[in-house]
Write a protein that binds this ligand. Structure first.
Ligand code: SF4
Length: 418
């Protein structure tokens, strides 16, 4: 029995075991959680209206088509692009590290931040994947999330609900209660400006005092070794430039051939995340410097003094030659999560421990294990809404079916029926 459980949890439909009870608990508590549903459904409604407007523009559709093509090529050539990117990053005078798994990434970042006291970071699903914030806190560091949504998640001790909008499941009433407690100020639920101002003032002070700023990267160019980020808040720019050290933690499937391609990924991600245009796209390739005196480059200038890039594999290389390879094209826009009917009622309770909804289960299969992902896949209704909205043409619901098939064949083999 124990052996069977370690292979698959497919059997949870039939067994009254601990895992089945945990899944039941998660689902029932989500179905009862009207606060969470209010947040998710309000967010989904605004997203749908914005995305519909964006998809009315021919250039958005054309951009998605281009991204789909070069991402397909990039994933087929992932190993070569990784090597090229590492060479380019090092040529730029930046230290590059390939982390084979979560522990490897954490130990690299531990060494890089050993003497640091305050660390600020921007929103990053890769950082969530390795549990970076709590790990650094466990080492005695003072760590602050600088993205408002992620800051809310940090205060709640929660996990991100969605790839682009981590606090999607927290409605304004709950945000007001949380921030009123934290700042000891009585915010009304509609005082959005007051709440944003309070967080801005608090975090600006922390960023100014921080030793290290950790950011992710939405796309990385192999040829130029440039790291691109897309955002609206301005927190990423501050996080990467004000502290003396800048660490970029990203993952190997984000590498595309050129900086122009990387820029296209950022734009497509923003449009499909439901924004009409991103407020900031930042390109970083070296620590700060100036050539203003006789064109001689002197470093640092106003920005970071040193820069390090950690590229996480954690199952991606293996996945590139598996049935899940298409998932590596994902640009993490989160559009598929926002049109999912199961997500509308279960919110972040549906999905893996880090990545949520149907797409989250496939990412969980890649970065954790099929065991972790497969049982909750039965909540996918196979409505295909996710496939219709995906800018890079990933058959998300097809990958969910693959996940189920792998789970059931594991079970059959374990029972000697395969
Ligand atoms: S699967 Fe497609 S829609 Fe979903 S997050 Fe990835 S790119 Fe976006």
């Amino acid at each position: 029995m124990q052996e069977l459980k370690s292979l698959t949890h497919w059997s949870w439909f039939m067994l009254d075991d601990e895992y089945f009870l945990e899944v039941k608990r998660r689902v029932y508590s989500a179905l009862d959680d009207s606060i969470m549903q209010k947040g998710v459904q309000r967010g989904m409604a605004s997203f749908l209206s914005n995305l519909t407007e964006n998809l009315g523009h021919e250039h958005v559709l054309q951009l998605a088509g281009e991204v789909k093509e070069f991402k397909r090529h990039s994933i087929s050539n992932m190993a070569e692009l990784l090597k090229q990117a590492v060479d380019s990053i090092q040529r730029n005078g930046v230290a590059a590290y390939i982390a084979k798994d979560k522990d490897d990434a954490k130990s690299i970042i531990k060494k890089l931040t050993d003497d640091d006291r305050i660390i600020v970071k921007s929103k990053s699903m890769v950082a969530e994947e390795i549990g970076l914030r709590n790990y650094l806190i466990s080492l005695g560091k003072e760590v602050w999330e600088t993205d408002l949504g992620e800051f809310i998640i940090q205060l709640r001790g929660d996990k991100p609900a969605q790839m682009v909008a981590p606090s999607l499941h927290v409605p304004r009433e709950e945000v007001a209660r949380l921030l009123s407690d934290f700042f000891k100020v009585d915010f009304g639920k509609d005082d959005l400006k007051g709440m944003v101002d309070a967080v801005r003032n608090f975090l600006r002070e922390k960023i100014a005092k921080a030793d290290t700023g950790i950011t992710g990267a939405n796309a990385i160019s192999a040829r130029e070794g440039a790291l691109l980020t897309v955002e609206n808040e301005g927190n990423i720019r501050l996080t990467m430039t004000l502290p003396k050290k800048h660490i970029v933690l990203s993952s190997i499937e984000k590498i595309v051939p050129t900086t122009t391609d990387a820029l296209k990924v950022c734009l497509a991600q923003s449009y499909y995340a439901g924004y009409t245009k991103p407020t900031y796209i930042s390109l970083t390739s070296t620590p700060s410097g100036t050539g203003d005196i006789e064109k001689v480059m002197v470093r640092p200038a106003q920005g970071s003094r040193e820069m390090h890039v950690v590229l996480l594999d954690n199952g991606r290389s293996l996945a590139s030659s598996s049935e899940f390879s298409d998932m590596l094209r994902c640009i993490k826009c989160g559009a598929c999560q926002m049109v999912c009917p199961s997500y509308a009622v279960m919110g972040p309770s549906w999905g893996g421990k880090v990545y949520t909804a149907a797409i989250g289960l496939v990412w969980t299969a890649i970065t954790e294990s099929i065991d972790e992902a497969e049982s909750l896949s039965y909540f996918c209704l196979s409505c295909d809404a996710c496939n219709e909205v995906c800018p890079v043409g990933i058959d998300v619901s097809g990958l969910i079916k693959t996940l189920r098939k792998k789970g059931s064949s594991n079970l059959m083999n374990a029972e000697g029926l395969g």
